[in-house]
Design a protein around this ligand. Structure first.
Ligand code: XIL
Length: 588
């Protein structure tokens, strides 16, 4: 049998030999231990047990956002990653996690020891049972333990996955020094923390680490150094360090959508928006994403401004880099999303003033710098970019009579319509070979909005703006969104006449229970795109409804039924419908 999900695995801390050595060490240092144990509030010794585990900092840590990995040290910088609400109010902190690199697999109970050095501000270490689900306006916290060393206190917060707030929050006074030994031990029922051999009262938490995996997260208010990190099993369990950056999906579905697409039309790509968390932590998702269904990958959120440029002088490319690496390893091309957008901008961008000419000039400069830095970073790795995303005003505000057809975000306020041309010129300059797109929703239907869009395209083309194509988001969010294939085809053709290619960039279709409208919508759009040579690719906005989370008006988190695979990763009828559409397409 071919291996579906192959990972480089290294046993680290549980080999018999090491246990024997540990045993010997314990005996050797029994005297010392006894003295130290007497100074503790509880008789259980935690920290020295780590000596059975080697330093995990020799492993893969180079994709941890906001960190530098050098000489077996990890310098944690304050990334201030946060997710801003779409309405502009302050969002949630989204501290970095080492998703693409070292994590642990364990059989049950374990301990983790960390040497937290060179502390000047707060130092946080978080152990995640499952990575959070990241969306634009929020991240869904699953089970995790966050430990913060803070001046003279130790804080702990514990999330149990049942709600967004931690279910346990405790702090204790503690002697925090510039360098500290932090020990965390989990015995299946209780979590015990100790700092510099001072052990705190155990906390009751049942079954917190049920996934048998642990992902590491770190955070800072000022730089600190993780000088050592080790893990060890409790009882007769095992702990292994795994490097998720070596994850490869080997077996390809014989009827994978991309495999069929390649037969239907040379160079035609079926793509998907992908998130790093599920790609590395959920083998079922990884298999769907990398097993031959998709030939192109769009980062769902990782390259939006707030994720990649959280502070004026901080770029966090690591998650985008990880997705590039995964795409390359699986023979997929990469579509960058997105450089200039009115949403998903961090606080510092939203707060930029746009009143005076000097303000406006500064915003212009910031946009140009962002584009050239990001596009140059991915030069040769990203085949195409959404340079400008959703330039048109929403239906509610749209008013051609009032000359209100464009979205009035920071970029527009500072530069008027010229921000669009400026953005494309900057992107072209940074990478002459990548294809440059403008991406918008609702372009599939006739009406004032489409008319305004088409005249904008004519104008940009006549001005010589280096724009290669248009992304039709093709979201079908409710019955009224029903896409008419004839209208879509005409729009693709009209853009083609201007010398613009088209791509279906974000299709997802609201699931109508008990009907096959969803399958039809997905398929009708594919058929139009496949049969129009200027329509170059078809990307779905997600893979499985397991990660299709959104916030309801009352703040509750719900899951949609829009994607090709259900919450339990079963193919919806739309998959078979797309497969047969691809098989029927005469090769042209
Ligand atoms: C979506 C993300 O998929 C969600 O995780 C987030 O909650 C909202 O944004 N048009 C776009 C995408 O161009 O960036 C949006 O992505 C979906 C609509």
């Amino acid at each position: 049998m071919v291996k579906l999900f192959e990972r480089a695995q290294q046993n680290i801390s549980h080999q018999k030999l090491l246990l024997a050595v540990a045993g010997a060490l314990v005996l050797l240092y029994a005297g010392t231990l006894y003295v130290m144990a007497r100074q503790q509030t509880s008789p259980t010794k935690v920290s020295n047990a780590s000596e059975v585990g080697r330093n995990l900092l020799g492993e893969q840590w180079s994709y941890l956002p906001g960190a530098t990995h050098q000489n077996n040290n990890l310098t944690i910088q304050p990334s201030r990653l946060a997710i801003v609400e779409q309405d502009g109010s302050d969002g949630q902190p989204s501290p970095p996690i080492n998703l693409f690199g070292t994590y642990l697999e364990h059989t049950g109970n374990f301990g983790v020891n960390a040497t937290v050095a060179n502390m000047r501000g707060e130092a946080a270490l978080q152990l995640y049972d499952q990575p959070p689900i990241i969306a634009d306006e929020f991240r869904i916290e699953r089970k995790s333990v966050r430990v913060v060393l803070h001046q003279s206190e130790l804080h702990v917060s514990i999330w149990d996955g049942s709600k967004q707030e931690p279910v346990i929050v405790r702090s204790w006074p503690s002697k925090i020094r510039p360098t500290n030994n932090l020990a965390i031990r989990y015995d299946g029922k209780q979590l015990t923390l100790s700092v510099n051999d001072h052990e705190f009262e155990a906390l009751d938490i049942n079954n917190l680490f049920g996934s048998k995996k642990i992902w590491f997260g770190f955070d800072a208010t000022d730089n600190w150094t993780l000088a050592r990190l080790s893990a060890y099993p409790l009882d007769r369990g095992r702990v292994k360090a795994i490097d998720s950056s070596k994850m490869r999906v080997i077996e390809k579905y014989p009827d994978g959508l991309q495999r069929l697409a390649a037969k239907a039309r040379d160079g035609f790509n079926i793509g998907a928006a992908v998130a790093l968390g599920p790609a590395v932590s959920d083998p079922g998702y990884a298999k769907l994403a990398f097993g031959g269904n998709f030939g192109s990958l769009t980062p769902e959120n990782a390259l939006k401004w707030q994720f990649v440029h959280p502070q004026p002088n901080t770029y966090t490319f690591q998650e985008g880099d990880a997705l590039v690496a995964l795409a390359q390893a699986h023979g997929m091309s990469m579509h960058g999303h997105t450089l200039v957008f009115g949403e998903a901008n961090p606080r510092w961008v939203r707060d930029l003033p746009t009143t005076t000419p000097a303000d406006k000039e500064k915003v212009k400069q910031i946009m140009a710098d962002h584009i050239s830095t990001v596009v140059e970073h991915y030069k040769g790795k990203v085949a195409s970019w959404d340079v400008v995303n959703e330039p048109l005003a929403d239906y509610d505000n749209f008013n051609p009579d009032d000359n209100h057809t464009l979205r009035r975000h920071t970029w527009y306020q500072a530069m008027g319509e010229s921000y669009i041309a400026a953005a494309f010129h900057a992107a072209r300059k940074a990478d002459p070979d990548t294809k440059l797109f403008i991406n918008e929703y609702g372009l599939e239907e006739d009406g004032e909005r489409w008319d305004a869009f088409l005249s904008l395209m004519k104008e940009l083309k006549s001005q010589g703006v280096p724009i290669d194509g248009v992304g039709f988001q093709a979201h079908v969010y409710e019955p009224a969104d029903h896409i008419n294939p004839a209208v879509l085809r005409r729009h693709i053709q009209e853009l083609g006449k201007l010398g613009l290619v088209s791509r279906i960039s974000e299709i997802d279709v609201y699931g109508y229970e008990g009907s096959n409208i969803q399958a039809q919508q997905y398929t009708n759009v594919l058929k139009v795109c496949l049969s129009e040579l200027s329509c170059v690719s078809y990307t779905t906005w997600g893979i499985s409804d397991r990660y299709n989370a959104y916030k309801e008006d009352n703040g509750k988190i719900a899951y949609g039924q829009d994607f090709l695979w259900s919450k339990d990763l079963q193919a919806t009828p739309a998959v078979a419908a797309l497969q047969s559409a691809l098989k029927q397409q005469p090769k042209n």
